[in-house]
Each structure stands twice: as structure tokens, then as C-alpha cells.
Design a protein around this ligand. Structure first.
Ligand SMILES: [Fe+2]
Length: 345
């Protein structure tokens, strides 16, 4: 998908009026960079974080003003209509997987659709600078689900940034590689969720001096062009927060934390039969995926990695960097992330 050079974007026209005042945002194109300068740790002030329940505050001298982000992950909407009728054999397992849940606080019977409506009804520009959706927002490629999201996210008046999870684009049992199915169903169904001009594989937005970097790792793997883009984005020197669906490998974690996990591969793939998908790579991860994890975690200006996929809140500190997973929104859970100047409360 081609992207314009550093274009100011408006999201489907909806945010056009408020873009200049509420937010300075540009979509950086995913393009190859030849020589990427490497920043030295001495070039960047120390970053710290404070975790309160599921919510986190990230502090850095390099952050000039507060940036408030609401992360929503793994809502697993099961909405469908006649547009999905021909694909019911491929959507039926996941359509039934999360349609009855218990609210995370009250324990009351609920469901992901009602919970996401309630979450978004409480989102406003007074409270948040951005909403970031880190995948598995729909349980299968659902036009009805995308319509629901466009309507309810649009009504908040807050810019939102979406990146896919392994279920958003997956009709279980359709033939083809995971990468090819991702490309096909992102284009056919999910495309309206992305900012205009954004490459669904990797894009970034600068929000009040903090770079939100969104990378699609929903096949567990990183492509060379994604690595190149991320290196270039990190080299720009802004405090940068990485958002993806699947967490990076952290020592002691299972293959759910699978990006650059040394044991990830065909032998540890326990889900390919039930999910009716391509089995993970026989030889394990590529050098590109390992290099991605290393370069991200050692970048001095990376202020945190925010993912979902495992459905529970967790924290790993790798190379001194906070790696947080968000509890799934199926039960009303969200994660509030505040990027704050040092000394701000
Ligand atoms: Fe999920």
C-alpha cells in the first residue's frame, strides 16, 4: 500500500477540523532507509516508569508535555451480518469464543460489544490525546465489526490508531500463508481503520513530541522493510513508544511472547490445527525478527513497548525498558498510558 511522503492526514475527513488544534500528527511513510545513524545512550536522558494497577506513567526529561493515551486491546468483537455470510465456516469458532464475558470489576454478565461501547462513551479529547488499538479488536475480518468501530471511535472526537492482531485478518481454514491472508483481508476489510496514507505493516504518529510507533507483528514475525522503517523512526530521536499486538520475547515467558522468542517455531506451535492456519516456520525466527527485538530494546529513546495478545496485564523489564501487555478489553479492561515530563505527577 503506497504512502504519501510526510503527509498531514485527516482521518476519513472526520478529524479534519480539529487536527490542527488538538494534535500535531503526521504519518511517516514506511520506506527503506540506507544509512541509519545510531543514537548513543548518552544522547538521551534516562526514562522511568510507574505502574499503578493496569495503568502506567512513563517519565522522561525528553517529554515536553503530558501525552495521555488509552490502549484498547483484544476486544474480540463478534459482530457479523450478511456481508460475512459466505465465510461463516471460517469465522464460526472465533465468533463464539468471546460472546459472553464477565465484567472485570463487577463480575456481572456482559459481552465485548457492550463493554467497548461503554469504554468509548467515556473517551473524550479532554481526557485523552489518542486511543491506540493493539489488535484482535475483531475476532475475524468483519465488515460489521469495522462499521461499529468507525462509528463508536469516531464519536469520541479523539484520534485513534489501529494495528492488527492475529485474529483481525484471519478466517480460519482459508488456504494461504499467514502473510498473504493478512495482506488480503487487511485490504478487503480492515483498511478503513487505519489513518489515511498509513502503511498497515508499520506507521507512526507524533503526538505532542512523543512518537507512537505501530508495527504489525501479528504473524509473530518482522519483515525486513518493517525493521528498516523502525530503525529509521528510532533514529529520529524523539521519545518513542512501540505498540504491537504480540509481545516481544522476555526471558521466562512462553511463546505467547513470541516475537524473537528463541523457541518459537513449528515444534512449539500448539495452535495451528485448531486455528486452521499455516504452521509456524520450521527453522524458527529469522535474523530480521531477532534484530528487531535487539534494536528496539537497545534504542536509548524507546520509552516502552505496549502490546496485547496474552489477554492479561503483565510487565517485563528487558534492557531496562518496560514491556507491558494489556488485559483484554472483552471484559471492559483498558490501559491508560501517560507520557510525562520528569517531575510531573
Ligand atoms: Fe486476543
Amino acid at each position: 500500500m503506497p504512502t504519501p511522503q510526510n503527509s498531514q492526514f485527516t482521518r476519513r475527513g472526520f478529524f479534519g477540523a480539529s487536527l490542527g488544534t488538538a494534535l500535531t500528527a503526521t504519518v511517516a511513510p514506511n520506506a527503506f532507509a540506507a544509512d541509519v545513524p545510531v543514537a548513543s545512550p548518552a544522547d538521551f536522558p534516562e526514562t522511568s516508569f510507574a505502574l499503578n494497577g493496569a495503568d502506567v506513567k512513563i517519565y522522561s526529561k525528553a517529554i515536553a508535555e503530558p501525552v495521555r493515551v488509552l490502549q484498547i486491546s483484544d476486544a474480540h468483537l463478534f459482530l457479523d451480518d450478511e456481508r460475512g455470510a459466505d465465510y461463516r465456516d471460517y469465522s464460526k469458532r472465533m465468533a463464539a469464543a468471546y460472546n459472553k464475558t464477565k465484567h472485570f470489576k463487577t463480575g456481572a454478565d456482559t459481552n465485548p460489544i457492550d463493554e467497548l461501547k461503554k469504554i468509548l462513551a467515556d473517551v473524550s479529547p479532554e481526557k485523552y490525546d489518542a486511543v491506540v488499538l493493539t489488535g484482535d479488536i475483531v475476532s475475524f475480518p468483519s465488515a460489521a465489526g469495522v462499521d461499529f468501530l468507525l462509528e463508536n471511535l469516531g464519536a469520541t472526537g479523539v484520534p485513534y490508531y489501529y494495528i492488527a492482531g492475529n485474529h483481525d485478518w484471519h478466517f480460519e481454514g482459508l488456504p494461504g500463508s499467514s502473510a498473504a491472508l493478512r495482506a488480503e483481508w487487511t485490504s478487503k476489510i480492515l483498511a478503513p481503520l487505519y489513518p489515511k496514507g498509513a502503511d498497515p505493516l508499520a506507521y507512526s504518529v507524533d503526538v505532542k513530541g512523543v512518537k507512537l510507533l505501530l508495527v504489525d507483528d501479528s504473524t509473530y514475525e518482522i519483515l525486513p522493510e518493517q525493521l528498516d522503517f523502525v530503525r529509521r523512526e528510532l533514529a529520529a530521536g524523539l521519545p518513542t513508544a512501540l505498540f504491537m499486538h504480540i509481545p516481544l520475547y522476555a526471558p521466562g515467558r512462553g511463546v505467547g511472547y513470541g516475537v524473537a522468542h528463541p523457541k518459537w517455531g513449528a515444534a512449539t506451535d500448539g495452535g495451528w490445527k485448531i486455528e486452521r492456519r499455516e504452521r509456524w516456520r520450521e527453522a524458527g525466527h529469522t535474523e530480521t525478527t531477532f534484530a528487531f527485538r535487539r534494536d528496539v530494546l537497545t534504542a536509548p529513546n524507546l520509552v516502552g513497548v505496549f502490546t496485547g495478545h496474552v489477554h492479561v496485564s503483565s510487565l517485563d523489564v528487558c534492557e531496562g525498558k518496560a514491556n507491558l501487555t494489556a488485559r483484554a478489553a472483552v471484559d471492559g479492561s483498558t490501559t491508560k498510558i501517560e507520557f510525562l515530563p520528569l517531575g510531573e505527577r
